[in-house]
Design a protein around this ligand. Structure first.
Ligand code: NAD
Length: 366
């Protein structure tokens, strides 16, 4: 029986609540699919600060490195807000994890079932079929990391700040390869988003994406769009995209816009894939809900576990190569939600169920 070796980092507030349900669902999936789970739980975020004085203890990092993937909850919250910014759980746990495992490709499905279309500010008239698109964001390059990064006082007394936007061809090629893989698993349509009318990095981006697709993926229909237009088109008609790929800062902004038009954060999963291959020759990845720790609803047993469960499905697909199993799990989530079982964030006046009952419905639908 093949065993799936991954590390579980549940984190803070609703993190452990939704993770417990995701693991229960995964146990059911594994039993049905004749798979064995080999998961190690480790402490991260605020919980790790409280216990070990560090948001990402050495032992947690070692546990992560020993597995083929990380299933992550979320970290942070009011309890640790007074810490200096560098020690805040999100910054002190997630950024080092991204860096350590070179998690350069952030995959964010923008998914809204037609039955939930009214959760979107676009409303059901504009998106009667719901939303089903994927954003791929480059995560380790661009203006957030480029050097130099300085603030100086000029001789005339004015103050000047400088950020550097920098990309190498090899960085663009590897994110394009990840985007091509995602596009191939869907409609084979890829839109590359840049600002090639203004930025040097975008000129290189556009040329590299074009050359890569021509050489390695002639089966993919590639288009290009400027980022300002992409922001408008997402709000006007999101389904014109299937998969879009973009650099770090543009992706930061567009993926948040996409989360808003998709309604509840409780439904949105994400995957961050690394440059390193795991023991199966597939990308090592970190899989997590798009939302945070939701301290406002923590401890009440009412958080929506779907985003965590859909993140587990992405892990099965990308780090374990179990595409069909992932698709069956995604279908079970859809079946449970569209049959009317809903947590409060997606109930819209219907009676709401709790975190555990939502997971029970997904287990029953699998
Ligand atoms: P949040 O995403 O935690 O919550 C925003 C809103 O969405 C809240 O009303 C919350 O109740 C709701 N929500 C989020 N997930 C939900 C779910 N699964 N089910 C039902 N409702 C859900 O954002 P925030 O309030 O700005 O942040 C809270 C904390 O989370 C902060 O400390 C922040 O730094 C942290 N955070 C962590 C991550 C991460 O670990 N990756 C990401 C974002 C925010």
């Amino acid at each position: 029986m093949p065993s799936l070796k991954f590390t579980v980092l549940a984190g803070d507030y609703i993190g452990p609540e939704v993770m417990a349900e995701a693991l229960r669902v995964l146990d059911h999936v594994a039993a049905r699919e004749h798979l064995a789970l080999d998961c190690t739980e480790a402490v991260v975020g605020g919980a790790a600060i409280d216990r070990h004085g560090s948001a990402l203890p050495e032992a947690t990092l070692r546990a992560c490195a020993a597995g083929d993937a990380i299933l992550f909850g979320s970290v942070g919250g009011p309890k640790w807000e007074k810490l200096p910014p560098k020690e805040q759980p999100e910054r002190a746990a997630l950024l080092p994890l991204r860096k350590h495992f070179t998690l350069f490709a952030n995959i964010r499905p923008g998914l809204l079932y037609p039955e939930l279309a009214d959760a979107s500010p676009l409303k059901s008239e504009r998106i009667p079929q719901g939303i089903d698109i994927v954003c791929i964001r480059e995560l380790t390059g661009g203006i957030y990391f480029g050097q130099p990064k300085t603030t100086v006082t000029l001789p005339d007394g004015d103050v000047q700040a400088l950020d550097t936007m920098v990309y190498r061809k090899s960085e663009i090629e590897r994110i394009t390869a990840a985007a091509v893989t995602a596009a191939r698993s869907r409609k084979k349509k890829l839109c590359s988003v840049d600002k090639a009318n203004v930025l040097e990095t975008s000129l290189l981006w556009r040329k590299t994406v074009t050359d890569y697709v021509a050489a390695h993926a002639p089966d993919i229909a590639l288009t290009h769009m400027y980022v300002d237009n992409a922001a408008m088109q997402l709000a006007r008609d999101p389904n014109q995209f299937d998969v879009f790929v973009t650099e770090n800062m543009f992706g930061d902004i567009l993926s948040d816009e996409m989360a808003v038009i998709c309604g509840s954060l409780g439904m949105l999963a994400s995957a961050s894939l690394g440059a390193r291959q795991n023991s199966r020759g597939l990308p090592f990845g970190l899989y997590e809900p798009a939302g945070g720790t939701a301290p406002d609803i923590a401890g009440k047993g009412i958080a929506n576990p779907c985003a965590q469960i859909l993140s587990a499905a992405l892990m099965l697909r990308y780090s374990f190569g179990l595409d069909a199993v992932a698709a069956r799990l995604e279908a079970a989530v859809k079946k449970a939600v569209t049959s009317g079982v809903r947590t409060g964030d997606i109930a819209f006046g219907r009676p709401a169920v709790g975190t555990r009952a939502m997971a029970d419905a997904i287990i029953a639908a699998y």
